[in-house]
Design a protein around this ligand. Structure first.
Ligand code: F6R
Length: 614
């Protein structure tokens, strides 16, 4: 995830080490390139960038000592444009007088860029951020903050922003909308800005967090915070932080995994942001535009992936067949690469991979390319091998996952499957009404997930209660059959003293039922959907054999309490969207069971985040 640092003092001195130290504190968030710019009291500036580690940037900067009184720095996690020095922040205007670092996404950057190009602005990067630097230049008259305010009025999207200018020196202008920013000013008139409290704790513990739609002007003499909409001055108080650096890295959570589970609603928001045209019931997937005519002709899709990503693909199969009317096959990449699938010109291959570097997924992709069919990807890591090697694709935009187990990326994959279904469905027979309905309900999902997060304590109690068992079966039907597998995978990898398997509930009678007894719990995913009655029958069969039962059910279903020993409720939504609500409690269940068993939940034994060997 991108990181921001900014520093200002009232005299020229070697401030590069301060910026570098701040960037080093942000490294844990993951990044692919970095950069700084510093400006001295004579309004001279120096920019350094690197596509390597911050250490490399530090070495480069050491070769050009440059006393300065203000500077900003950035670690970039690519979203728009590949990992190159040109795309690394800070970005600047045509005259190299305005510099900015940005976290978030400027959704309407293409429109802004085109308009400014016509006015003669010269762009050098592929990023969304650079458009903002030129837009600020366009509005610059007397002072920097007025130009930033005017520019942001035209921007659609999210940002944590730090801007400096040699035309209006001795100030840092910062602004926030859905991407965190915190600052501090000490008695010596030094200002420090960061996107993350980890970078500020060594400087001061007295900080101010910016709220959404606030813009602030920071100088050695003090600060002013404005509400962006009304332009009114706001009163803000410093607050004292008692966090350790380690706690700050995890935003106060005890593990990255828990932090990332709690970020699942936000992950969905980030993945669908700017991709829904509500009034037309359309999904706007920019990465697929160049192949949209080919996609109209496609009669079969192969979704290929590994592990958790393969369960997102399986859910996608149900969606694509039911709502887009496209015959869809899913396969595990390590199987696909060695079988002889029938791939015609009307077949497309879709790789689903958080890292974009999984060896088996890449090998399967190469096999599909060799056969000459259209290849697509759903990938989180921009510029990764899958992203580079597919013909077209969709990025998740959820930032890096620090915990080994995939959680927020999985939820994002599910939400992108919904967008893809609407995209392809509307090219075919899906009606405007249906498109609108699905997308409307999808937009509600993050808030519904927050309701489930409020039940975390109850889920924790259930996980702790059941963590003494050594075996589990997870069962679900239709859209939730893959979620049963996801629940089992998460439990065995995180709480690794427990063995767990996931099955489509109907399969239970064909073998697993033999395991049912009082020492073997069954976990049923049973929302009130089109297969609910069938799932309940399976549950009755297990109950008759005295096995303990946990169930996930839809709010309002009281009768299920007569069968299940413990129930976790989820809010109501469309059947095709239930996997997003059912997987969240399963992730929490695995997490709390793992913690109870003293497992290393963020780095479970024998596992790696990215499996780059066969
Ligand atoms: C499980 C998990 C793995 C990955 C799998 C694929 O929690 O994280 O099963 O989903 O290794 O990885 P990607 O998505 O990077 O291809």
């Amino acid at each position: 995830m991108c990181g921001i640092i900014g520093y200002l003092s009232n005299e020229d001195k070697d401030i590069v080490p301060i910026l570098i130290a701040g960037l080093k504190r942000l490294e844990y968030r993951g990044y692919d390139s970095c950069g700084i710019v510093v400006c001295n009291s004579k309004s001279e500036t120096l920019i350094e960038k690197s596509t390597a580690r911050v250490k490399k940037l530090e070495e480069k900067a050491k070769n050009h000592p440059f006393p300065a009184n203000m500077g900003i720095g950035h670690t970039r996690w690519a979203t728009h444009g590949l990992v190159t020095e040109k795309n690394a922040h800070p970005h600047c205007d045509c005259k190299r007088e305005i510099f900015l670092v940005h976290n978030g996404i400027i959704e309407n950057y293409k429109t802004i860029k085109e308009k400014l190009k016509k006015k003669g602005h010269n762009f050098i990067s592929e990023t969304d951020t650079e458009a903002l630097a030129h837009l600020i230049e366009h509005f610059f008259k007397d002072n920097l903050e007025d130009a930033v305010k005017k520019a942001l009025k035209l921007v659609k999207g999210t940002y944590g922003l730090a801007v400096i200018s040699s035309r209006d020196p001795k100030k840092i202008v910062i602004a926030k909308n859905a991407s965190p920013l915190v600052f501090s000013i000490n008695d010596g008139g030094e200002v420090l800005v960061a996107s993350d409290a980890t970078s500020i704790l060594n400087f001061s513990r007295k900080v101010i967090f910016l709220e959404d739609k606030e813009i602030a002007v920071l100088t050695s003499k003090g600060f002013k915070v404005f509400d962006m909409e009304s332009d009114r001055l706001k009163t803000k108080e410093f607050q004292e932080l008692d966090w350790t650096i380690e706690k700050a890295e995890k935003s106060g959570y005890s593990h990255f995994m828990l932090k990332e589970i709690c970020e699942e609603p936000e992950a969905i928001r980030n993945s669908i942001r700017g991709r829904i045209i509500a009034e037309d019931g359309l999904a706007k997937l920019g990465g697929l535009e160049k192949v949209q005519d080919k996609l109209r002709e496609i009669e079969k899709l192969f979704l290929v992936s590994c592990g958790t990503a393969s369960y997102a693909a399986e859910v996608g199969k149900y969606m694509l067949e039911e709502y887009a009317g496209i015959s869809t096959e899913t396969d595990i990449a390590s199987e696909f690469r060695y079988r002889k699938p029938i791939l015609t010109k009307k077949t497309a291959f879709l790789a689903v991979s958080q890292s974009g570097e999984t060896a088996d997924t890449l090998a399967a992709l190469n096999e599909a390319k060799r056969k000459g069919i259209l290849t697509l990807g759903i990938v989180n890591v921009v510029g990764s091998s899958v992203a580079r090697q597919t013909d077209a694709g969709i990025y998740n935009h959820v930032g890096p996952e620090n915990a080994v187990a995939s959680t927020k990326a999985f939820l994002s994959q599910l939400s992108i499957m919904v967008l893809l279904t609407v995209f392809l469905g509307r090219q075919r027979d899906m009606s405007l009404v249906m498109g609108k309905r699905i997308l409307g309900e999808l937009e509600k999902i993050p808030d519904l997930m927050k309701e489930i997060l409020k039940e975390s304590e109850k889920i924790k109690e259930i996980a702790v209660k059941y963590s003494r068992y050594r075996n589990f079966i997870f069962l679900g039907r239709k859209y939730n059959a893959p979620i049963a597998k996801e629940g089992a995978l998460k439990l065995k990898e995180i709480a690794y003293f427990i063995h767990a398997e996931g099955y489509p509930a109907g399969e239970m009678k064909h073998g697993p039922i033999a395991l049912a007894d009082k020492n073997f719990p069954f976990f049923f995913i049973a929302p009130s959907d089109s297969v609910y009655e069938k799932t309940i029958s399976n549950m009755e069969e297990i109950k008759a054999r005295n096995a303990p039962i946990i169930a996930i059910a839809t709010k309002g279903n009281e009768e299920i309490k007569n069968i299940a020993d413990d129930v976790i409720y989820i809010p109501k939504t469309l059947e095709m969207l239930t996997p997003m609500l059912t997987s969240l409690p399963l992730h929490l269940f695995a997490y709390y069971a793992g913690v109870k068993l003293n497992c290393d939940v963020d780095r479970p034994r024998n596992l790696a985040k990215s499996v780059t060997v066969e």
